[in-house]
Design a protein around this ligand. Sequence first.
Ligand code: NAD
Ligand code: ZN
Length: 341
Amino acid sequence: MKALVKSKPEAGLWMHDMPVPEIGPDDVLIKINKTGICGTDVHIWNWDDWAQKTVPVPLVTGHEFAGQIAELGRDVKDLQLGQRVSGEGHLIGYKSRQSRSGKFHLDPETRGIGVNEQGAFANYLRLPAFNVVPLPDQISDDIGAILDPLGNAVHTALSFDLIGEDVLITGAGPIGIMAAAVARHVGARHVVITDINQTRLDLAAQVADVVAVNVAEQDLAQVSQSLGMTEGFDVGLEMSGNQRAMDQMIEALVMGGRIALLGIPPGNSPVNWSRIVFKAITIKGVYGREIFETWYKMIAMLQNGLNVTKVITHRFKAADFVQGFDIMRSGQSGKVVLDWT
Ligand code: NAD
Ligand code: ZN
């Protein structure tokens, strides 16, 4: 099979012929149809410090996928050959207290496909049947291939009650944009999204009914006043990993506001703790998706009017992956989807 491999400890990814993975009794083999390129894959391509410390070489990369079941392990029940599926890319352990009490997304032994284990940028993926999520007919392979980042957006957005609340999202990357669509879908009042990249703000306004603010040019406080917010935003969803965005969010929040933090700041970013204390702000760190509660919620929302299709701005054949990674790196894209069929 063809696979996009980190085969040398240097910048780049290479398309190689690899053996089709062998599956165990509790696994399935998935024939991959579509995959999404993630910011994580760009880190792995760039071979930055994090990637060098984390990623074994050689490794088949990629963790956002949709496909169909090509082979069933001996002990797998309740899944069928040919069934359309996506799946959770975090492979969990079963020893920890969190895992044994059903909080699978908090298991400290979690390993990621395409990061620590062989991944989905390939014609075939081996996945534990436990991780498989069947796709209903209404959900296309394109959307199936971005359920992983949509899940990040849903997990973060549903961290706090958003009904009737004023929500600030910092960072209009694909995940911030999808979080804005979710906040709108579940009944927030005002949804404001910020970025310094106008292309992405324009995309946000196309995908969701939001107020998109370029904080390099516009004053966020003035925008919130013009919307009639006198005391500030109730909930903040941090989706940029940028220090200035975080500082701006803390200032823009109401007393007692709540922040869900998905963005990953580089290194040790300074935090103005006294502002957080005196504003009585609650902060929740968000990692991955809730396994499998987030999957149930997002599929239900997609079946009931949540539409994030336009966040996919570029589609390439897998063989043209270099173009896909180039456009990802340019910052001039939403999600980029590769076709393996
Ligand atoms: P992305 O890098 O595509 O988007 C981040 C956006 O933030 C960019 O558009 C950038 O222009 C914008 N930005 C930069 N400075 C800003 C500022 N001062 N104010 C507002 N916006 C600013 O990322 P993504 O793929 O959408 O992911 C969002 C974040 O979530 C990233 O930090 C990513 O690493 C992180 N992430 C975390 C998890 C997790 O499990 N916690 C999972 C996936 C992604
Ligand atoms: Zn991802």
